[in-house]
Design a protein around this ligand. Structure first.
Ligand code: ADP
Ligand code: MG
Length: 700
């Protein structure tokens, strides 16, 4: 095998290719836009488009596409060939600056929250030069992919990327202002660094094909717990089995070719659950790479006769999958504002960043929660080893001591951080990390970054990044306003502001076990626990407070917020509709017939025994248990049918989302209990769906 560095990024229009193919002045202008957020100079568009086309065609491309991130989740693409008629009517390959910069996919079926159907139907995609252009390879040819934003005719946001880019700009502006006030002349622009850990399950394709629920919902809607689930945690970090390792090797190779810096691969806690984490990158690139990675995982899995499940809760009773979003901010001098450095007490940029994060989350924890609530993640959060729905911040002992010292309630000296004494002389001395890891916290400080662990595995993490950037901008803005209103030496004032902030935000900090009942009780007392269901949580977006912060930082207009809320609710209802319809269909076509077979079998046995004059109480009891189950299932499935029907005729988005979240979930829970109960009483030969012990059997 070649060295990774030899083929890394060969499918991307990377710096080396740009330098080869572009004139020096176009190259410099493009790099200034990519690296320093300089406005794009449109005069270079034709030059860049031509270079991209030449490179793409040399590599076997026939088509190009603007690739964007609709609000429904996932990615979208519509391919156009390079072919066109020249002035003499001959067919040639051409790709103009205009085609690079803008495209108008009809795309009228993408959710727009009513914006396009009521006002205008056109949707536009526009090239995002800060992300990297790449090639998708299929068996026969390749397609040039241009990462893009997506908007309506009047410029309203229709995608998830644009608000994130706007939030990054907002954060940049306020942080640079604060740095100026502190006397820093070197910080010119800010970068948000993001590393996304992605969890997923692999299951054999043959079994997937026998589970209609996996096929239509990406999750199982029924399934009794197997005898051996994840009780022993023996899968976590276990040795990677050969078939899986072969898949991971192929996956990594594809990722490297696509310039995605895959770094870590390991077994996760649940059986057949795995994780992959690339090195962190600029946040826009990290999000695009994560979306690409999700597509590539599916494709490579298929080649290895697996199906990769990215749903947040494919199997009840074992861990679900998350996306851990690691976040930090850097400036152009490569200073990480979340790096405590050797003297954290004197490191004002660091302390003020912690303060801005605490202020933002303290004020907008409900918005943060809203950003991750959807039909998939609601099934995962608060369950097995998943962060609870209560948002809190973990700082770790070291950083907590620093904050408490500044707040005046503790004494701390920089020398407190030491090394770990293993009592073994011959082993190297280990420097202690700044913070321990609290894996139960939804938002934890992990040394030089924060880790948001409540994001769902299937979600586009732009949504949570938009919220983090926005509310932290709000925190910074508050600090800036306070500092500006104070007289005297700015650095002295900064400590006074820090003291206030650390006192004001104590409530959002929690260092203990977030999975415990104790935390639940404390959070209730602190007013942090909100009992909102998913649609209610989505409504947080349209509160006056959230509208105001979105307006303040120019993230979303009122119209865009209304549209977002509508899209989120519609998408919630659609997922629930599919889940419930699938459940009804499964019960009617596979589960009830399976139970009937077992009932018949029992009844026949009882009759046969009767003829032999043998009365068996146990068999009678088993038969009546099963009949009870059957009846409970019939009853619940009828309720579910009624509910789905009433939503189908209702058409009111708010009302439907609430019905699905309240009645729907209650009925589905009872139905599932009855079906899973029946599964345990029916012989394997009669149960036509593969069971959990088969789906989760270790792949070897
Ligand atoms: P874990 O949290 O599982 O122990 P790591 O600490 O190795 O994993 O990091 C997880 C992710 O965080 C990786 O994608 C890594 O590149 C990223 N990361 C590391 N440092 C930073 C940083 N300063 N800012 C943002 N992401 C970071
Ligand atoms: Mg992590």
């Amino acid at each position: 095998m070649n060295k990774i560095s030899q083929y890394f990024g060969e499918l991307t229009f990377n710096r080396r290719t740009m330098r080869d193919k572009l004139s020096k002045s176009s190259y410099d202008k493009l790099v200034a836009t990519i690296e320093q957020n300089e406005p794009l100079d449109f005069s270079i568009a034709n030059d860049v488009a031509h270079a991209m086309k030449e490179w793409a065609i040399e590599n076997g491309a026939t088509h190009f596409t603007h690739w964007f991130q609709p609000q429904r989740g996932g990615t979208a693409e519509k391919h156009d060939s390079f072919i066109t008629r020249d002035e003499e009517g001959n067919f040639i390959e051409r790709f103009s600056g205009n085609s690079l910069i803008r495209s108008e996919p009809d795309a009228s079926s993408f959710p727009s929250g009513g914006m396009r159907s009521t006002f205008e139907a056109r949707g536009y995609t526009a090239w995002d030069p800060t992300s990297s252009v790449f090639l998708i390879a299929s068996k026969k040819s390749k397609t040039l992919v241009i990462p893009s934003v997506y908007m309506s005719f009047s410029g309203d946001v229709l995608d998830l990327k644009t608000p994130m880019l706007r939030s990054q700009k907002a954060l940049n502006d306020v942080v640079i202002k604060l740095q100026r006030l502190l006397g820093n002349r070197f910080a010119k622009y800010l970068k948000v660094a993001v590393g996304v850990e992605q969890e997923y399950f692999l299951i054999p394709k043959t079994l997937y094909c026998k589970r209609p629920d996996l096929q239509s919902c990406g999750m199982t809607v029924f399934g009794a717990s197997p005898a051996k689930g994840q009780q022993m945690s023996d899968h976590y970090f276990g040795s990677i089995k050969s078939k899986v390792l072969a898949f991971m090797e192929d996956l990594d190779e594809q990722l490297y070719r696509n310039g995605i810096p895959s770094k870590t691969r390991h077994n996760e806690v649940a059986p057949n659950q795995f994780e992959i984490a690339p090195l962190f990158e600029d946040s826009n690139m990290a999000v695009d790479h994560n979306l690409q990675l999700m597509n590539i995982i599916q494709k490579v899995a298929e080649k290895h006769d697996f199906v990769a499940l990215m749903h947040e809760k494919p199997f009840a009773g074992v861990n679900g999958s998350g996306k851990h979003v690691n976040w930090s901010i850097y400036d152009n001098t490569e200073t990480n504002y979340l790096e405590p450095s050797k003297s954290p007490l004197k490191n004002l940029s660091f302390l003020l960043t912690i303060a801005a994060v605490l202020l933002g989350i303290n004020e907008y924890s409900d918005l943060m929660r809203a950003s991750i609530m959807d039909a998939g993640n609601e099934l995962r959060l608060g369950g097995h080893e998943a962060p609870p729905e209560i948002i809190s911040v973990y700082l770790g002992e070291y950083l907590s001591n620093i904050c408490d010292t500044i707040a005046g309630s503790k004494k701390f000296s920089d020398s407190e951080i030491g090394s770990i004494n293993l009592g073994l002389q011959h082993l190297p001395k280990l420097a202690k990390d700044i913070s321990d890891r609290n894996r139960t916290s939804p938002f934890a400080f992990t040394g030089n970054k924060f880790e948001f662990r409540a994001v769902g595995s299937n979600q586009n993490c732009s949504e949570s990044l938009t919220i983090i950037n926005t509310i932290v901008s709000w925190g910074f803005e508050k600090i800036l306003t306070r500092l500006k209103s104070m007289k005297g030496e700015v650095r002295d004032n900064a400590y006074l502001v820090l003291k206030d902030v650390f006192l004001e935000t104590k409530c959002i900090r929690f260092e203990g076990n977030c999975y415990s009942q104790e935390w639940f009780d404390i959070a209730k007392q602190r007013g942090l626990f909100s009992n909102l269901n998913t649609p209610e949580s989505i409504n947080i977006y349209s509160t006056d407070k959230v509208r105001a912060v979105f307006k303040q930082f120019k993230i979303l207009s009122d119209r865009e917020i209304d549209a977002k809320v509508m899209v989120k609710k519609e998408s919630y209802s659609n997922s629930k509709n599919v889940e419930f319809r699938t459940a009804i269909k499964l019960v009617r076509s596979l589960i009830q017939p399976s139970i009937t077979k077992q009932i018949n079998h029992l009844a026949e046995t009882i009759l046969n025994l009767k003829q032999l004059a043998i009365e068996n109480v146990n068999l009678n009891q088993e038969l009546s248990n099963l009949l009870e189950c059957y009846n409970a299932i019939s009853q619940e499935v009828n309720k579910l049918k009624e509910l789905v029907h009433s939503c189908d005729v209702c058409q009111d988005i708010d009302c439907n989302a609430m019905k699905y979240a309240e009645q729907g979930r209650t009925i589905m829970t009872s139905l599932r209990i009855a079906v899973d109960n029946a599964e345990k009483q029916v012989a394997d030969e009669f149960w036509s769906l593969p069971k959990y012990h088969q789906l989760l059997a270790t792949i070897i």
